[in-house]
Design a protein around this ligand. Structure first.
Ligand SMILES: [Zn+2]
Length: 137
């Protein structure tokens, strides 16, 4: 559950260093392209997939599409943080060689608990202003 909570938050913040804005700075913080052409083209192609995906989401309460361009950095960080934290959790399980014991009274796998805690954390943090990128986390 900690990987699904604070692990995702830490992964989110680290991923900002490689999102559409953070990726434009080199290792010492200078605004300079440090990626080769092929990597930059692949990044832009994948970033466009995220723009398109999020641009297809509608906030039902107000009937407005998410602006996938405006929220790109947050969406990259959300996806990267979740993916990296889950990978880290599974790597930890592999390193100890077995799954943790189940929680008493809970008929849920630890993978399910990871995602439940992730969803609860984001549910509590999400505000409509954040959806539109006005209050980046
Ligand atoms: Zn963020």
């Amino acid at each position: 559950m900690n990987y699904g909570g604070i692990g995702v938050v830490i992964g989110h913040e680290i991923t900002h260093g490689f999102d559409d804005q953070g990726s434009q700075y080199d290792k010492v913080g200078n605004l300079r392209n440090w990626w080769d052409t092929t990597i930059l083209e692949n990044f832009q192609k994948r970033a466009q997939c995220i723009v398109d995906q999020y641009g297809g989401f509608v906030v039902p309460e107000i009937g407005i599409h998410v602006d996938g361009e405006n929220t790109l950095g947050e969406n990259i960080a959300d996806n990267g943080g979740l993916k990296q934290s889950f990978r880290a959790y599974r790597k930890w399980v592999d390193s100890v060689g077995k799954e943790e014991l189940p929680l008493p009274g809970m008929n849920l796998s630890h993978n399910q608990l990871f995602f439940i805690n992730f969803a609860q954390g984001y549910r509590n943090a999400t505000k409509l202003t954040r959806v539109f990128g006005n209050v980046p986390m």
